[in-house]
Design a protein around this ligand. Sequence first.
Ligand code: S3P
Length: 428
Amino acid sequence: MFIAPTGRIGGELTVAGDKSISHRLVLLSLLNRGSIEITGLSDCIDVKSSLAAVKQLGVSVTQEKELTLLQNRGMLARQGHFNIDCGNSGTTARLLTGILAGQPGFYRIFGDESLNRRPMRRIAEPLNMMNANISIASNGCLPLEISGSRSLRAASLSNPTGSAQVKSAIMLAALQAFGETTISEEISGRDHSERLFSRLNLPIMLSSNSIRIKGPAELSGNHRFSVPGDISSAAFFAVAACIIPESRLQIRNVLLNPTRTGFLKVLRRMSARIEEKTISDKWEPCGDISIQSSELCATEIVADEVPYLIDELPVLAVAMAFARGRSRVTGAGELRHKETDRIRDLIGQFKLAGINCRELVDGFEIEGPANISRNACLDSCHDHRLAMSLSIMALASPDGLAIENTDCSAISFPEFFSSLRNCTRQKN
Ligand code: S3P
């Protein structure tokens, strides 16, 4: 697809419900005796993988317009042997494993080519320390097999990669385990599972660097949630409005959880003009963001900040390519274990576009402002976040760019291209 440069970005944008929160609500329905009613669940392909999995395991799923109703009898309605296809979704595969480890039955978890290459030892090992019975392929990846049972035991565990998926998988297993499980972390990444457990009055205790959960705990009742807009989807438009001259954009009703808004801090450090206004803070904070274009300058991102902006690093790299000076990201080795090796593929594509940049073991360096090559033809490498980041780069490039394989944007943001059309304006 050829994406032409746009005059400017303008108007108002709302995005579908946050993907991370949506996955957690859907998957938790497996442990609830009762119903979970959700307004504004994400409609992306990844969350559809979670919905299909819970349906296959016996949860009744009804969807009408904005409403999703998940009804369950509090245990897996059908016990037996299940082959569960998680598609491209690491969150589905990992969180589901934490749940199924404590549910009698035999479960085989697999995914598409990309998911089948992602590391799973990081969940199998801690869960097996809780007396789970999980085996993974010899290369440490999917397919993963779980002989679930009601004999999980609490354990004291760490989360060395800082992965929120690993933390959440352990938390979900801990709810079903006998005793008090402790998870210690140096940096705690996104905290949606903690907020959800607290909101549901589940037995969770939080201190600065640890989470304690006392099991086994019952979850029952009829619960209602409204999911704020996905801040990671909004990030593509925020960067577009920063780097395309004369832009001015309002993003409404979006998640403003500080464990997810690290990219806004970074953009401000780069001299972006961004204002945030929290409108509601009952469960997950949400509100509005307004952005005006400005000249950006280079910045440095180090390990401490990475968990708060891991998914936004590809689009931040685009901002860096348009900023004056040399930007540097380190401590982001986890990017190599995403849907693709996002360091290798991002820098590979940036080089094809003529950008002066280089790969580091755990990050990258980018020299800006770049002269993006005319006639460059880039490829998303079938990674949704690369597809959307490169598309923003195309919009901001003087001659536009051709980008192959952009359909995968629907993995997290099916409305990406229609929103882009709605927010592009002629120059004043
Ligand atoms: C997610 C956690 C992050 C993130 C992913 C969603 C989650 O992954 O990259 O897109 O919902 O918990 P890791 O836990 O592997 O860091």
